[in-house]
Design a binder for this molecule. Sequence first.
Ligand code: SAH
Ligand code: SF4
Ligand code: F3S
Length: 474
Amino acid sequence: MQAIKNIGLKDHDESRQGEVLMLDTKPGLIDARKFYIESYGCAMNFSDSEIVASIMSDMGFVTTDEFREADVVFINTCSIRENAEQRVRNRLKEFGAVKKANPGMIVGVLGCMAERLKAKFLEEEKLVDVVIGPDAYRDLPGLIGRVDEGDRAVNVLLSREETYADISPVRLNTNGISAFVSIMRGCDNMCSFCVVPFTRGRERSRDAHSIYKEVEELFEQGYREVTLLGQNVDSYKWQNEEGTEQVNFAGLLEMVSAVSPLMRIRFSTSHPKDITDEVLHTMSRHANICKYIHLPVQSGNSRILEMMNRTYDREWYIDRINAIRRIMPECAISTDMITGFCSETEEEHQDTLSLMEYVKFDFAYMFIYSERPGTPAAKKYADDVPEDVKGERLKQIVALQHVHQLERLQQCIGKTYQVLIEGTSKKSQDDFSGRSDQNAVVIFPKMDQYKPGDYVNVKIERCTSATLMGSIVA
Ligand code: SAH
Ligand code: SF4
Ligand code: F3S
């Protein structure tokens, strides 16, 4: 099966909403049942949708990008913040309207919200036929079978072992150049604000050799960039059954970077408590491991970090930043921040701003704290920062980040970067769009001899606050 659509996935962008994932219909399968899948949330969820597509395709289903004509409509959901769940509920209403006219249509809720709400989903949303947690996708044939027989079905069992290592993902909405490769699942960290440990279960690492094999296959298919995915990639740890072979994250990077010097390696997400100098040195040794680290800080204040159970403080975070700058001066750094966490004072908010001044992040995802039911923070602390104060603090953080980002990009002007061409620019047919090693988007005029998947050197001439612009140089 060939993937045909590129909607331009960004890595770890939780603001992505409802992108339609689709691939070509198999010729000769006109009468096959059709399924539609829409994904919300983080890259893990998008990667899981590719596992789901693989299992559905083995069951004889083909995809469609039009939910109105689908026999099965899946929504792969996110619970990270209240508004992520609200978006899903709104979308379910739209599916409901179509289902009224076509009662045979099966509606399935997948992913984190399915896991969080479990069978309650069937009570709350009458149109939902099947609820499937992130570790239960192998049970799709059984679950769809039960719905076909007229039941409503739920499987939200979490697993300590499932990594879907042997399932070959069907690449969805791909540009044919970049792909996600899941290297682990779950999270053992219990940050007090976070719902992920409850929706994704215990941390487990995938067989290193199956990861290598997947990257190798991607390379053979023409892919030139992979992003290794996990909630905390630095705690990746795999050993074979005999215990004679052990691979940590630095070791995995070392292995995977050997697939080809032409295969770029990215990863997400790093955790400040676990990122080691060994990983940084491994990155610096290999030209094809991209010099870009997403290192979520959440807050610049040590008391708040302690309440968040992040298990590092401001000084530790700064030490990690210094290590990155020392070992790879050219490395770009991005982050996530939560503003208005329980009891956060104005002074503590200022600490976040001053940390931002220190680091000058190349990019940041910035969020207002959203209390999630059942999390340690919801149980222990009052969500007591008023909404207008949260909003004002977010505004300040966003404004400062904007300044830093522009400053960072302006520093690139006049320099030359190696860019992997991803495709035609969305804004102009005459331009290519690609990314620098540091993950900046670069736009430049096409030249006949180059095509997507090629590396070119681009000299930067101008920038906006989000994009670099330049020309190919020899
Ligand atoms: N595993 C990653 C983050 C996954 S969730 C890590 O540990 O960094 C992505 C981001 O969503 C988090 O970094 C955090 O900034 C944000 N987030 C998580 N829970 C949140 C909540 N309850 N309210 C607001 N933002 C939240
Ligand atoms: Fe959530 Fe913390 Fe795990 Fe990230 S490390 S997924 S924020 S519990
Ligand atoms: Fe990802 Fe959202 Fe689940 S961020 S892990 S899809 S709660």
